[in-house]
Design a protein around this ligand. Structure first.
Ligand SMILES: Nc1ncnc2c1ncn2[C@@H]1O[C@H](COP(=O)(O)OP(=O)(O)OP(=O)(O)O)[C@@H](O)[C@H]1O
Length: 281
């Protein structure tokens, strides 16, 4: 599978507040990844960085194929657009280099699929929240992006539009689009999501941690990834300034600490990470 995007050691602060800490993630063509987490945990920030809209303070976003098309659905699409959907989508399509014939056909089809036909000639500034959201989604998928980033795309959508979005995402995935999205309290996307991650305290962890009551974070100095990557008790590994961060189910902590000491690693920190999915989202 071809790699489409690689985020390497992303750090982001706003003021003195650490939002994202040493996050690395690579995404392949055709993969759907969900980023979950509590309000304010940094999901939108991470998505903006992956979409190239915001720069990290440290770290790199690498697109191996430099010419990829990126579609981005922001959490809140601007409301005060003096354009109609027809005008706005034509404008977006033109600057993306889509031919006039294809553009007309695609705009009509997408407006129809989201039941926006009857609004196509009216100004977006007078639209309801859900209809604005639909325009925000259509502008992002109009050019059939290689990478589609959606920040809480269900927000404001009625049930038929949610179903339509799910169908469209499935189609795009089938055509090879890589999808990165975030959402709250919805099981709708579960059938298309390949891997979920969870942002907590600035760190990115695989969502299967959530099946555990508690996860310990162990910071180790003096060991390499290759020393620990085969250990079954280790749920995930991250790096922090030359040290390793090991995520370990609480029940296996002592065993892992013993193994670290046996390899003469130095234990710098052991702490609790509580994942209470329903309470925090
Ligand atoms: N441009 C900015 N300037 C300063 N602080 C910011 C900025 N953008 C986000 N933040 C802060 O960064 C933190 C993470 O925000 P972000 O919007 O990424 O979280 P989120 O997980 O998407 O939240 P939600 O689920 O509520 O949408 C918050 O504390 C937020 O107030």
């Amino acid at each position: 599978m071809n790699q489409l995007i690689e985020l390497k050691h992303i750090n982001k602060k706003y003021g003195k507040k650490n939002i994202l800490y040493d996050i690395s993630l690579s995404m392949n063509e055709n993969q759907v990844i969900a980023i979950l987490g509590a309000n304010g945990s940094g999901k939108s920030t991470f998505l903006r960085i992956a979409a190239g809209i915001e720069r990290p303070d440290r770290g790199q976003v690498v697109y191996p194929d430099k010419n990829i098309r990126i579609g981005y659905v922001p959490e809140r699409f601007p409301k005060y657009l003096r354009f109609t959907p027809d005008e706005y989508l034509h404008y977006i399509g033109k600057i993306s280099g889509i031919s006039e014939i294809e553009l007309k056909q695609r705009i009509s089809s997408l407006l129809h699929r989201f039941q926006l036909d009857k609004w196509r000639g009216q100004r977006i500034s007078g639209f309801s929240k859900g209809n604005i959201q639909k325009v925000g989604i259509i502008q992002a998928i109009l050019q059939q992006p290689d990478l589609l980033v959606l920040d809480e795309p269900l927000s404001g959508l009625d049930f038929p539009a949610q179903q339509e979005l799910l169908l469209i995402l499935g189609e795009l995935k089938g055509q090879g689009t890589t999808i990165l999205l975030t959402y709250h309290e919805s099981s709708m996307f579960e059938e298309i999501v390949d891997q979920s991650y969870y942002i907590k305290d600035g760190y990115l962890a695989k969502e299967n941690f959530l099946n555990k009551d508690a996860v310990k974070l162990i910071e180790v100095e003096g060991l390499k990834v290759t020393d620990v990557q085969e250990w079954d008790e280790v749920l995930d590994i991250a790096k922090k300034e030359g040290n390793l961060l090991l995520y370990v189910g609480s029940e296996n902590t002592n065993q892992v600490l013993t193994r670290i000491l046996a390899l003469q690693g130095s234990i710098e920190y052991v702490g609790n990470i509580e994942f209470k999915k329903n309470a925090e989202q």
